[in-house]
Design a protein around this ligand. Sequence first.
Ligand code: NBG
Length: 818
Amino acid sequence: MTDLKFDKAAFVEDIKDNLRRFYRVDLEDARPEQKFFAVAAAVEDRIIDNWMDTQKAFEEQRPKTVYYLSMEFLMGRALGNNLLNLCIYDEVKDALEEIGLDLNVLEDQEAEPALGNGGLGRLAACFLDSLATGGYAAYGAGIRYHYGLFKQKIKDGFQVEAPDNWLKNMYPFELKRPEYAKEIRFGGNTRTEWDDTLGKNKFLYENYSSVLAVPYDMPIVGYGNRIVDTLRLWDAEAINDFELEAFDKGEYARAVEQANLARTITEVLYPNDNHMSGKELRLKQQYFFISATLQTIVEQYVHRYGEDFSRFPEKVVLQMNDTHPSMAVAELMRILMDEYGMEWDDAWPVVHSSLAYTNHTIMQEALEKWPIDLFSRLLPRVYQIIQEIDRRFLLDVEKHFPGDYARKERMAIIAHGQVRMAYLAIVGSFSVNGVAALHSELLQSRVLRDFYEMWPNKFSNKTNGVTQRRFLLHGNPLLAAWITKHIGDGWHTDFSQMSGLLPLVEDEQALREFMAIKRANKVRLAEYIKEHNGIEVDPDSIFDVQVKRLHEYKRQLLNILHVIYLYDEIRRNPDADFYPHTFIFGAKASAGYQIAKLIIKLIGSVAEKVNNDPAVKGKLKVVFIEDYRVSNGEIIFAAADLSEQISTASREASGTGNMKFMINGAPTIGTMDGANVEIVEEVGIENAFIFGLSADEVLRLEREGSYNPRAIYDNDPVIRSILDHLVDGTFSEDTGLFRPIFDSLLAGSYGKADPYFILADFHAYAEAQRRAVEAYKDREGWAKMALLNTACSGKFSSDRTIKEYVDGIWNLDPVTID
Ligand code: NBG
């Protein structure tokens, strides 16, 4: 499919022009990053026409528009993706080859916009790709952090964070739009004053300080449909008037200080995944991008439809990606009342019918709660509005459940000195959804049960998905071409067609080809590992992979304890039959998350020991891949044999890495958690390696408080010996180094030992590992299982997820341009 007439000569000419214009160099003398920019700018030029046509079509057809509000967009590199979606990847590759440029090398030059932590931010990026591809009028709205997620270096086995200065060189795929800047106000106080002409109290907001929110637009190219949606990221600048005033008084330094203060708002992404940071600056970031976005949306609405807001919910829908954007509820009320003079009773239905909320976690420490004093000091007017929302909401609760005071206390938005952002989001929206069937079920039956009982119709499930265009078409070109050879290229935009591969499970030739592709991808990863880690890995060993953020609930510790167990076995029986096995890890830990960082160190220390022990004879290898991110992720998923999804059941809301592995033909070894449940439903339990406590069992053990890891340690010699290695000098001369990990399992630094049930699940996990290795030894059987995973992955495209949001929540119609 080529939608764009690709003019090779003009393209090459543009590249040379760009080099002259931006760098005053010829192609021969240009440095790699200059070549990248020149090519990327030429590609951006080819996006612009479609982008303008899309905007025109929106302006003419005025479709209902969705705004995806998110603090995080983990976009990954854009060059390759844009070329694929423009359907000119191969043409450009050839054109570049003719002038001596290698597209893959150029792609590696691109700084990666890593404006997100993990699954939540990457989901937002996949959703934008699917929205544009589906032809929907959609905007992403977020923050243009100057520093994205830190780059991870490993020094002596420890994680060291380096700043991610992704804007150091000009970023080619963004456009500054100063003409759409908005003023954002913080602090100050509120006051009411009688207004004679209005005949009522007028509300005043005074003594605030302001910053300017300036938007930068990134194009989101739909696949082969000429639609280009927009990701609008807000950057902070000082308000010019402020500076002028200070200049007048000769306070030059103060003016500059002011400017720097403004800029700090968008300086850095908080590197926490599934954990709330509670910092004032974070709260500022939230209000900053929400206020700027809502001002823009309302202005746009008024421009099209005038000041009658009754049709607002027909034309606009806002999806809140977790609670981070939830002050949208109050901010939209504020704008409608304070700036457009609406009454509460008229404004509330407008707000409430246009906002929807997605919950992404049941982890208590991730649920946002802000102290009242901080909130009301920074955002006095917004706080006032939240108080009124809460007051009215509690009256409503009283109506539904008369006299149930305990319930009111449980459900109040403001309680115990805090503002509970999740409750604000639920009360202020018409839709609340979880991100996988099990997760949504847990929300309804446990975490948000009170709300579900009050408003059962508000709740639904939307199981996550990932874009096959990045994680298969771009990341695994060999497999993509093979699939297209067999079933055509319809799967690029209709992933349910993957089931067309099912008959090939009986085709020996096809199975051989499929496995040959997997092997080629393993060789590609082995080369990456050799280059980046200096470790040789055997492409014929099992590539057993766990890549994701480091978090205790994700249980990388269970994985590495099992490696220690295998190492012991080998040392005990050096001549026993042992199938070569490579354990590959990749994970960033939040900078302040000490135990997580220590687990990284433990993985490194085990790797060091195991990889260099001659008794192991190279049969067991452990690799920690530095700086796991979207770009190397694509290489890793394509090469995996086994997908580790071993979270404590009930804790992983969905997971999306699990889907990326499945698509690329890696069976899952995992617990019945998150979307694993649905993966197993699709592929059959016999084509996965499922183990461990169920969500119900975990929750029951927690409720009863009956779990006793100490007893396991005392009575189980195998587990005792593994854990003792943490403190007996096997992996570190400093026997105290890993003591905190040992204690977290047995003593519990917070009075609770092994909160993620690692010891409870250990033997079940080891047994599932044995099953996986046995299955792997049967080469033909494994090929079938792996291919079945790919063939049954059709459900896990974000195109399907987006269609469910569109039909079930947003109610959008696609737009076409000719
Ligand atoms: C994460 C969950 C994942 C889920 C992603 C995307 C947060 C708060 N939640 O399981 O932990 O896949 O969201 O929905 O980051």
